[in-house]
Design a protein around this ligand. Structure first.
Ligand code: ATP
Ligand code: HMH
Length: 309
């Protein structure tokens, strides 16, 4: 009998400094016990001080990368991060519609913390109307949630407003919405998960006092994607079902297989992992020029280091 690990895919841009984007995703996929694969959408020159330049990858080469991965490997769960342009958003929508991405998490990355645009303005509408409906889960932060609702929607300031916005985003067609409260300033960070079966869950964590929050959003969406892949395969094995069905895993199939209980468990596990990673790196000083630098979280927190730091 052959075996295989859960397989995850990240569709995203790079971060040569290793804290965000596809670099954070692959580290997280590994730390959360899946075999990570990637489709790279843009080469980004960035570090703990911000983005200096974006070098987009040609759409037809992104399509070739999709063919390389999806023509060869049975992907259990996928996340998208930085997509950059409307053409790339449309390509991802088309690939999602083919049904080979497994459970599909969309992190609607728009603007880096440093203020650099990571999604062109004319692509926002394609995300709203075409990408959200093919997602099983979307993970907007507070500014992204407001912009995905409309150009003049204000950012949510209260938990009630977050619940209301999560509900309105569900109307745009994703299977679930995780509205992230990391951008607030309270002592506690509240994240709200609303699922299309009408359930709403609140996750609360103490805010970690640290400058090292670069890539928290990427890490969280990658961790949820990995958890869904692992839990989904465990459930399928426990139920005696085929681990790798011959038919493609379409949107309806992944939504049916991943109920809101499993998704809630996956989000809870992923947020706990992120809290450990944030706490472990809270006092790190990595940059040669520490003033104003936002360092990464410790993706390796659960992996034993056998050498002194
Ligand atoms: N200082 C913090 N303390 C505790 N948790 C945090 C902190 N900052 C972020 N988080 C957690 O990380 C999650 C993602 O953070 P945030 O809302 O800032 O996402 P983001 O803006 O997409 O991230 P990114 O910096 O990658 O763009 C939050 O929902 C929260 O759970
Ligand atoms: C490539 C990339 N994706 C996402 C973010 C947001 O954290 C970033 N800084 N860089």
């Amino acid at each position: 009998m052959t075996t295989r690990p859960p397989i995850t895919l990240s569709i995203a841009g790079t971060d040569p400094s290793g804290g965000a984007g596809i670099h954070a995703d692959l580290k997280t996929f590994t730390a959360r016990k899946t075999m990570g694969t990637t489709v790279i959408t843009a080469l980004v020159a960035q570090n703990t001080h911000g983005v200096s330049r974006v070098y987009p990858v040609d759409v037809d080469f992104v399509a070739d990368q999709f063919d390389s991965v999806l023509g060869d490997l049975p992907v259990d769960a996928t996340k998208s991060g930085m997509l950059g342009s409307r053409d790339l958003v449309e390509l991802v929508v088309a690939r999602a519609a083919e049904g080979r991405l497994g459970f599909f998490t969309v992190d609607p990355v728009m603007i880096a913390t440093s203020g650099h645009r990571l999604l062109e303005t004319d692509a926002v509408d394609a995300v709203r109307t075409h990408l959200l409906p093919v997602a099983d889960l979307i993970t907007p932060n507070l500014p992204e949630a407001a912009l995905l609702i409309s150009d003049d929607e204000p950012e949510a300031q209260t938990t009630e407003a977050m619940r209301d916005q999560a509900g309105r985003l569900l109307e745009r067609g994703p299977g679930a919405v995780l509205l992230k409260g990391g951008h607030g300033s309270d002592d506690e960070v509240i994240d709200i998960l609303a699922t299309s079966d009408g359930q709403v869950r609140e996750f609360t964590h103490p805010r970690v006092t640290t400058m090292n929050t670069h890539g928290t959003g990427c890490t969280l969406s990658a961790a949820i994607t990995a958890e869904v892949a692992v839990l989904g395969r465990e459930r399928a094995a426990a139920a005696g079902g085929p681990a790798d069905p011959a038919a493609p895993t379409g949107k309806d199939r992944s939504r049916a297989a991943i109920g809101s209980d499993l998704l809630g468990e996956a989000v809870g596990n992923a947020l706990d992992f992120l809290a450990r990673a944030l706490n472990s790196a809270a006092d790190w000083q990595l940059s040669l020029d520490p003033e104003g630098a936002h360092g990464p979280v410790d993706h390796q927190v659960d992996i034993v280091r056998d050498r002194p730091a």
